[in-house]
Design a protein around this ligand. Structure first.
Ligand SMILES: Cc1ncc(COP(=O)(O)O)c(C=O)c1O
Length: 378
């Protein structure tokens, strides 16, 4: 039985997007961020495609994601898997055992990682996470030099990296980003002057790659990217990279009816037909990731034609005007976003209508009916 709602990834587009990011930021290396199950799409297909495209560094937010990602990449002997945010005391030993690269957010955490490495008779790779202004996690920049020195004195640690995260990089005109970059560069330079060097130095995520090219020039030699892999961007800022949307959300038509003028559609009766109209009810609603904000505003594609969403989107269904696609019938495919013929709708288009960013749209794609475990195709 064909799924009623399906998220798809075009793996060829995904690989091309990765290649474009890598080409733009070279010789810096690209760390692909596949946290939250690759932003809710399903980490397996992403990991395999990106590894085949040449990526050998992957990042996640937490240990459960690290375990799943490592399995998708062929185990602990595969490409590097790195936790970018935090690790809790009871999570440290299992992560060290699996060879997951860990963030160091403070001296106590580093001591626990060192102790776990000693118990396991191994060496744990770590990256210092420096808070230069994000205000979320990490070692405060003012304390970083002494913490780094103290941690490097601990046994069982390979302190291969140092990184930070930018709070305002979506806005190319905001001076806060330059201040964060300066603070970080001064720290790295000060440590280097004292003979402390790192194999991997990184601060850029997708926004900085597009808006702040200095974040992929020395001393930086790694960039992290998540949303750009999907072909999406922050709604603010530049789109310096020429990327393609890799995602599709498809559903099917449940029923087509010709409704008379004066008919009101759906909850709240927010749309009233001004004339006789062919209306199709589609098998996707807000439980499947169609933002309520698209009610009476958004479009979907049927047979390559843009069809306006009429009435309020409900949990499982939405109603659309198929006057431009009069041949549409029950069971036919509907492209909620993605390409159909000459027409193309992207998660970024939906984000603009909702007044949000593409992360919100992509991460909200529903999990019902197995839709969230994406199929792949190209
Ligand atoms: C530390 C860190 N690095 C990189 C990323 C990837 O960000 P983006 O998807 O904007 O490229 C994130 C995402 O929030 C993050 O938290």
């Amino acid at each position: 039985m064909k799924k009623r709602v399906e998220v798809g990834i075009d793996t060829a587009v995904l690989a091309r997007n990765y290649g474009k990011i890598a080409a733009r930021t070279a010789p810096a290396r690209v760390l692909c961020v596949l946290k939250a199950d690759a932003y809710g799409i399903g980490v397996g297909a992403y990991a395999k495609t990106l590894a085949a495209a040449g990526c050998d560094m992957f990042g996640v937010a937490e240990p459960f994601e690290a375990v799943e990602l490592q399995a998708a990449l062929g185990g602990s002997q595969g490409p590097d898997v790195q936790i970018l945010s935090s690790v809790l005391p009871d999570e440290i030993e299992p992560m060290v055992e699996r060879g997951v690269i860990l963030p160091v957010c403070g001296i106590e955490e580093a001591k626990s990682i060192s102790a776990a490495a000693a118990r396991l008779g191994t060496v744990a790779k770590v990256h210092f996470k420096i808070d230069t202004g994000m205000g979320r996690l990490g070692i405060l920049a003012a304390e970083a030099e002494s913490v780094v020195r103290a941690v490097r004195a601990l046994p069982g640690l390979d302190c291969e990296g140092i990184f930070s995260h930018l709070a305002m990089a979506y806005d190319p005109g905001d001076p806060f980003t330059s201040r964060q970059i300066d603070v970080f560069k001064k720290l790295v330079a000060g440590l280097a002057a004292g003979g402390i060097n790192f194999k991997k130095i990184h601060i850029a995520a997708s926004d900085a790659i597009n808006n702040f090219p200095e974040t992929f020039k020395p001393p930086f030699n790694v960039v992290r990217t998540g949303i750009n892999l999907h072909g999406s961007f922050d709604p603010n800022g530049l789109r310096s990279l020429d990327l393609e949307n890799a995602l599709t959300l498809k559903t099917r038509i449940a029923q087509v009816r010709e409704l008379p003028a004066g008919t009101t559609l759906g909850y709240g009766r927010t749309w009233c037909l001004s004339e006789k109209t062919r209306v199709a009810t589609i098998c996707a609603g807000y439980a499947d990731g169609l933002p309520l904000a698209l009610s009476n505003k958004g479009h979907v594609l049927v047979n390559g034609k843009r069809c306006k969403i009429l009435g309020r989107i409900s949990m499982d269904y939405a109603t659309i005007d198929v006057s431009e696609a009069p041949e549409a019938k029950a069971g036919d495919e509907v492209t909620c976003f993605g390409r159909d013929g000459e027409e193309n709708i992207t998660p970024d288009d939906w984000a603009a209508i909702k007044g949000t960013h593409a992360y919100d749209i992509i991460c909200s794609l529903g999990s019902r009916r197995g839709a969230r475990k994406a199929s792949t195709g190209s």
